[in-house]
Design a protein around this ligand. Sequence first.
Ligand SMILES: *Cc1c(COP(=O)(O)O)cnc(C)c1O
Length: 426
Amino acid sequence: MPLTRRRFLQFSAAGLAVASAGCQPPRLELQALEMANDSRLAEKARLARHKNRFLGYPVNMSTPPEAFFAWRRQLQETGLTRFAYNNVGNPYHHSPIPFNTHDFERELIENFAAVYAFPKDDVWGFLSHSGTDSNMHGMYIGRTLLKGQSGKLPKCYFTPEAHYSIQILTDLLGLERVFVGTLPDASMDPDDLARKVNANRDVPALVVATTGTTFKGAIDRVDAIKAALGNHPHYLHLDAALFGGYLPYTEDAEEVKHKQGRYDSIAVSCHKFFGFHSPAGIFITRHSTFETFNRLFSRVHTPEYIGHVPGTITCSRDAVKPAEFWFFSRPEDRPRQRQDAKHMLTMTDYLMAQMEAHFPHLRPVRAGQTSNTIWFRKPADWIVEKYSLATMTVKGTKHAHVVVMPHVDRQVADAFLDDLAQEHAA
Ligand SMILES: *Cc1c(COP(=O)(O)O)cnc(C)c1O
């Protein structure tokens, strides 16, 4: 008997009730969806069964623990998601809109600021719409501060391995780009940075370092970059969209630690390592940096309407996500994240060893022991399709990569290796 929409809704409500009783919720709901007579929903449910095969982009496809969903339900009971909340403005300032979650937003920023070793009493940040949005705020703050100090627009330095959002943002911010060369592992070459900065000695440098480059998984080394910049006027923004989530639990933890000014601001995506269900981004800088910025920012607009200089480029901001994502910022959640980080890197070790042993013709490359990314010659299109692999032309040859996220287990890895073997045998 086909389910009517009404019966389907009853069915999934029953599924939720079972879920809160601690049984296995996803399977029940998926069955209900597959039986639903809405073909779009049925297709989503079918796809969801194969979500763990998603290997080509840096998204954690694991379902968060049941405690997270219990927390969401608690938030819903207070009215969040049921009527309009709004986090407009600076989360550290009184808001004229009482329906906000600035309290959770501040706490999650402070929790992550501790992970990234910011000075405890000198932290500012907010939960942005995405990694790109966090990069935009970092670059805008850097541009504003450097121009405020010198009267000159900075040039923006980054490598061709940086995420494409940086190219868009330099255009948006009207900044001249200076491409910095890379070392063999695809990380920024500090000597080339020093040369290029020297060639542009009359203008300040806005440097975007990538902690975990998008296709090759390389880490631009902060200390070497700082040494190359010396006392040339600069602002250093760290784009740690993917690696920023798990690096704190690895031997490269230092790379994301602020420690009295190794970098000026950091961007981390919430939906990548953490497996948050919807795009959002962490943005953190020092409170003192923010204050100087905000004085200059107040000159470009008149925010009397909300009673304070908002501190953010975007006005209305989501109030639901900070309250939900707060769950992942709690110190109690860190052991789980540490375990996920370890699992990812162990699985990457395994996959890399297997590929090197059995498919050397694909020339697999891993930038380093803390990278979860392996790039290699592009396999057959059906494999690219089946695992949603990202592809990229490197030195004239098509390549693909896998990004090993917490949902990738031995079963998925072996299925992928079997498919590579099948292609090789064909
Ligand atoms: C994913 C990614 C981005 C973009 O982040 P979004 O959250 O997708 O906007 C920027 N930089 C790097 C290095 C990334 O991996």
